[in-house]
Design a binder for this molecule. Structure first.
Ligand code: GRF
Length: 201
């Protein structure tokens, strides 16, 4: 399985995937890192791990379609068959989603369908929920919406701060995302409507 990770920021989830591949826990070829932000630390992580990376500047394109055609061109050049979004701060166009239908996943730092959007950890903290968590899901045309692959819950303690909650959530993410990719790479997932079934070998 040739994987591409899309990241706009720090890339700690990318790093978790790199580490899982290195340790042999995830048998996949991490072939390409894509970013829409030239300063993304994720690009440095890719370079350090000697993984091919590309910055595609959205400002250079007249439309979202043109930008995504460029993405597709890069994906096809590396024979990518699976995309993992890891803090990629844009909504993909239906064209790209259709082309890689069932082959794009995302990680979200809350228990979907609650707290969609790009500030989920702060939103859960400010709302005062007692339980939150992490979701890995397939990507469809709607934001934070596709079929759920894995979820892990976490209790918010009274003495948690936003910072302590963030670090607990990230620790969970760094285990859950490589695990979801492992299940996929080993062909253990199947889809029945919205329901993702996991086969235990
Ligand atoms: C993660 O919290 C992920 O759930 C969200 O964006 C964040 C990316 O963090 N989609 P990083 O760039 O992987 O460190």
């Amino acid at each position: 399985m040739n994987i591409s990770v899309f990241a706009s920021g720090n890339g700690t989830n990318l790093q978790a995937i790199i580490n899982a591949v290195k340790k042999g826990k995830l048998k996949a070829n991490l072939a390409l890192v894509v970013s829409d932000n030239k300063d993304a630390y994720a690009l440095k992580r890719a370079k350090r791990a000697r993984i091919k990376s590309v910055f595609i500047d959205p400002k250079l394109f007249n439309s979202k379609e043109d930008f995504e055609n460029k993405l597709i061109e890069n994906l096809e050049a590396e024979h990518i068959d699976f995309i993992a979004l890891a803090g990629f701060m844009r909504i993909l166009n239906p064209g790209l989603v259709q082309r890689y239908k069932g082959r794009i996943i995302n990680i979200h730092p809350a228990l979907l369908p609650s707290f969609k959007g790009s500030h989920a950890i702060k939103d859960t903290f400010d709302y005062g929920v007692k339980v939150t968590g992490v979701t890995v899901h397939f990507v469809d045309e709607l934001m934070d919406h596709g079929p759920i692959i894995l979820q892990k819950a976490l209790a918010i303690e009274e003495n948690d701060t936003l910072e302590s909650l963030e670090s607990k959530i990230h620790r969970i993410e760094h285990r859950l995302y490589p695990e979801a990719l492992r299940l996929i790479s080993e062909g253990l997932l199947s889809l029945e409507g919205r329901k993702v079934k996991i086969r235990i070998p």
